[in-house]
Design a protein around this ligand. Structure first.
Ligand code: NAD
Length: 252
């Protein structure tokens, strides 16, 4: 039996084939799941084209994380394709360029980062909840926010808020049998990563990781997301699983 046999998963954040979400969607299908994707704005055309490159073409619905109306309409839009969601992947991150300059960033730079990269986890959980049953799982992606990284700046602050949001989601959805967990991935070369001005400074990650780390391989993070959506983590919630080659565990 495959890990996600009979399950239906909502996957946000597929932009290109390099997106971590694309690999979660691919692996989820390979593990027996049906997949519905979300896309937003001008990227929707690209996402629809990429959706056809999955093992099975997946339907795409609209979701702009800065638009509350989209969250309000989420269960109706998903409901056109399935009457139940067993898993939901949050793979959305955005911060304006000014947010990557900590001391000079304005609130106008910071507010969208917090809304789209952190608050959206709660909004997604609430939007998907009407279709979720006990045993369901919400999974998101973070870059370990317990320290201040060079060049990550207000995106790092947004990730800290995101990690806290995950714990509150776990608190409030746990009584309904819904688990909420994050994967703290090491750096992966994606579109979002390229927009981080200091991303290249992460290139040495593998040298400081006991297991090494391949910046061009999203599959370890994607596998962890699929595992967390499966029935094999039935008593785990509010957790952050590091998938970083072990970087977080060792001193330099
Ligand atoms: P990506 O660029 O492929 O994915 C980011 C996604 O966010 C895109 O699909 C984009 O369309 C979506 N998005 C941006 N603004 C949005 C909005 N207003 N509404 C809806 N969607 C919106 O890059 P990725 O690296 O796969 O990023 C996915 C997640 O993984 C992000 O949360 C990111 O912070 C996290 N992450 C990435 C890395 C890395 O090094 N790439 C490491 C750890 C965590």
């Amino acid at each position: 039996m495959a890990l996600l046999d009979g399950k239906t998963i909502l996957v946000t954040g597929v932009l290109t084939e390099s997106s971590i979400a694309f690999h979660v969607a691919r692996l989820a299908q390979e593990q027996g799941a049906s997949v519905v994707l979300t896309a937003f704005g001008r990227a929707a055309k690209i996402t629809s084209a990429i959706a056809r490159r999955l093992p099975q073409a997946a339907p795409v619905i609209e979701l702009d994380a800065s638009n509350q109306e989209d969250f309000d309409a989420l269960s109706t839009r998903v409901g056109e394709h399935t009457d139940q969601l067993d898993g939901v992947l949050h793979s959305i991150g955005f911060a304006p360029r000014g947010a990557f300059d900590f001391m000079n960033a304005s609130w106008e730079d910071v507010a969208p980062a917090l809304q789209i990269s952190a608050y959206s986890l709660k909004a997604l959980a609430k939007g998907a909840e009407p279709l979720m049953k006990p045993g369901g799982a919400l999974v998101g992606l973070t870059l370990d926010a317990s320290i201040a990284w060079p060049g990550y700046d207000w995106m790092g602050v947004a990730k800290a808020a995101f990690e806290s949001t995950n714990r509150y989601c776990a608190r409030d959805l746990g009584p309904k049998g819904i688990r909420c967990n994050l994967v703290a991935a090491g750096p992966i070369r994606t579109t979002a990563a390229k927009s981080i001005p200091a991303f290249d400074r992460f290139a040495q990650w593998g040298e400081h990781s006991p297991l090494g780390w391949d910046i061009s391989d999203p599959s370890p993070a994607a596998k962890a997301c699929v595992a967390l959506m499966s029935d094999w983590f039935p008593a785990t919630t509010g957790e952050i699983v590091h998938v970083d080659g072990g970087f977080h565990a060792v001193g330099d």
